[in-house]
Design a binder for this molecule. Structure first.
Ligand code: FES
Ligand code: FES
Length: 167
């Protein structure tokens, strides 16, 4: 199998690696670059466990060849929220709602939900559910996750004057 030298920009750092052309971005991030926050689930583009941001879009790293990721800005959970720093407010909402149990799906959930919050800060519960449809969770039953994302949206979006008047 042909190997190619690529430079992957991950969490603000360039990594020069030789990769077989059939290796996915998930293979290289997790196995070669030792990033445990990018996780193997189905490895078939179905579960969302391996979600990373590629140029600010959530993508399944198992569905992208590593060679395709060259020239793009990749952000993993640890790049989005440094574990040495205070938890991100969205992570705090997850903790408060018990939206993370075994935690296996949580990196992907957080990155997808954070993108939703940036792009659609007024998202309804229905829209939150729709956005998270590609991120599967075996533990929580989803209710707590949707609650947590909703809490975070309310934190980031002050109520409109009309809504305040109506209260
Ligand atoms: S491991 Fe990538 S979508 Fe399931
Ligand atoms: S918290 Fe266990 S899979 Fe989601």
């Amino acid at each position: 199998m042909i190997r190619t030298q690529v430079v992957l920009r991950v969490n603000g750092r360039d990594h020069e690696v030789w990769v077989r052309n059939d290796r996915t971005l998930l293979d290289v991030l997790h196995d070669d670059l030792g990033m445990p926050d990018v996780r193997y689930g189905c490895a078939e583009g179905v579960c969302g466990t391996c979600t990373v941001l590629m140029d600010d879009d959530p993508v399944s790293a198992c569905a992208v060849y590593a060679v395709q990721a060259e020239g793009h800005e990749i952000v993993t959970l640890r790049g989005w929220s440094d574990p040495q720093e205070e938890a991100h407010p969205l992570q705090k909402c997850f903790l408060e709602r018990g939206a993370s149990q075994c935690g296996f799906c949580t990196p992907g959930m957080l990155l997808t939900a954070a993108t939703l919050a940036e792009r659609n800060p007024d998202a309804s519960r229905e829209e939150i559910r729709h956005e998270l449809v590609g991120n599967l969770c075996r533990c929580t039953g989803y209710q707590a996750i949707v609650d947590a994302v909703e809490d975070y949206l309310h934190l980031s979006t002050p109520p409109s004057p009309e809504k305040e008047d109506a209260q």
